[in-house]
Design a protein around this ligand. Structure first.
Ligand code: ADP
Ligand code: MG
Length: 346
């Protein structure tokens, strides 16, 4: 384990930006902090870097309490959303900056700094641009310089705060793949902040889903997508449909109708969540979720159908094969293949 965040709380003027956050970051892994704006991602990153101090709780680097270490001693590499390159310095001087400002004994020679900087530029595929200034680069190139600069100090942890957030969609996608390749080569322990679920799912070994200053779920991309553990994660990652239900003696009920869905949860009201594409169409209406088609449209390879559920005013969307007729006004019945019920907070 490389970094441990343990029971951290952070308040800004009494406003709690993080509540009781705990997270272990393993050596060599690429972890994504994913959440909407304001969920506390940047604050968590800055706490790891030592740019903020926790109100409560602790950050450890290995076994050591990081509160005893300065930002420099933590040896972290940082890349921000907005290119924080030095405008008056050439590309190669930008990359070597972190080495040049090291205290005496740890500072490599001028030649050594140049050699390492140009190696890194080669690595981020920017050879030949050494003498340019940041203003003479594209946005994507600047972020690659920023990454080379962060890696030059051979950081213990690389912290990337929405590094591609300001770039257009196509460049973002390219850089996403590129970053994954770089990571596979260098195996730097990396914490990557994004509010973009596709970016997190494609890039990360593990995804940390955050909402309102709390960690909602930590898991591999498959785990958070296939087994969301809260209504928030269900709706934030991928698409979800939901219906009000109740649990009665181990069976899920829609109104008075018992569905062919078992639950081990205690009796009471709840909300059934499932993925619109993860359903099975079934004949009959007993023990099924049945309704009337109120909208039906072909979307690429599939068909999207909106149903008004029998005996309720609820509507849900499901995805079915494109060749299904699903005419407006016709009945349709289905059951979700995977689903979860979350209790309704009383
Ligand atoms: P994110 O990066 O997920 O968008 P932040 O960590 O930047 O979220 O912010 C989390 C919450 O803490 C927000 O409500 C934000 O307004 C608040 N916050 C962050 N930094 C400060 C600060 N320096 N002073 C006051 N409030 C802050
Ligand atoms: Mg942020």
């Amino acid at each position: 384990m490389e970094v441990r965040v343990s029971g951290v709380r952070k308040e800004f003027d009494r406003f709690p930006a993080l509540h009781d956050v705990s997270l272990d970051i393993n050596s060599g892994e690429l972890i994504a902090l994913l959440g909407p704006s304001g969920s506390g991602k940047t604050t968590l990153l800055r706490l790891i870097a030592g740019l903020e101090t926790p109100t409560d709780g602790k950050v450890f680097f290995g076994d050591e309490d990081a509160s005893l270490k300065s930002v420099q001693e933590r040896n972290v590499g940082f890349v921000f959303q907005h290119y924080a390159l030095f405008r008056h310095m050439t590309v190669i001087d930008n990359v070597g900056f972190g080495l040049k400002v090291r205290p005496g004994a740890n500072r490599p020679s001028k030649e050594e700094i140049r050699r390492r900087s140009s190696e890194l530029l080669d690595f981020v595929q920017l050879s030949g641009l050494e003498k340019r200034y940041p203003a003479q680069l594209s946005g994507g190139q600047r972020q690659r310089v920023a990454l080379a600069r962060a890696m030059a100090i051979e950081p213990r942890v690389l912290l990337l705060d929405e590094p591609f957030g300001a770039l257009d969609a196509k460049v973002r996608k390219e850089l996403r793949r590129w970053l994954r390749e770089i990571h596979d080569k260098t195996q730097h322990t990396t914490v990557f902040v994004t509010h973009d679920q596709d970016e997190a799912l494609e890039l990360a070994d593990r995804v940390v889903v955050m909402s309102q200053g709390k960690i909602e779920q930590v898991g591999t991309p498959d785990e958070v997508y296939d087994r969301p553990n809260s209504p928030f994660v269900y709706s934030f990652i991928g698409e979800s449909s939901s219906l009000d239900v109740s649990i009665q003696s181990g069976t899920i009920h829609l109104g008075d109708k018992a569905l062919d869905l078992k639950s081990e949860q205690a009796d009471g009201k709840g909300v059934l969540y499932f993925r619109p594409h993860d359903v099975e169409l079934l004949g009959g209406s007993e023990a099924r979720i049945s309704g009337v088609v109120i909208a039906s449209r072909r979307v690429g390879a599939t068909r999207r159908v909106e149903l008004e559920i029998d005996g309720t005013e609820s509507r849900v969307e499901i995805e079915i094969p494109a060749d299904h007729p699903a005419k407006v006004g016709s009945p349709l019945a289905f059951l979700p293949k995977h689903w979860r019920v979350f209790g309704k907070s009383a």
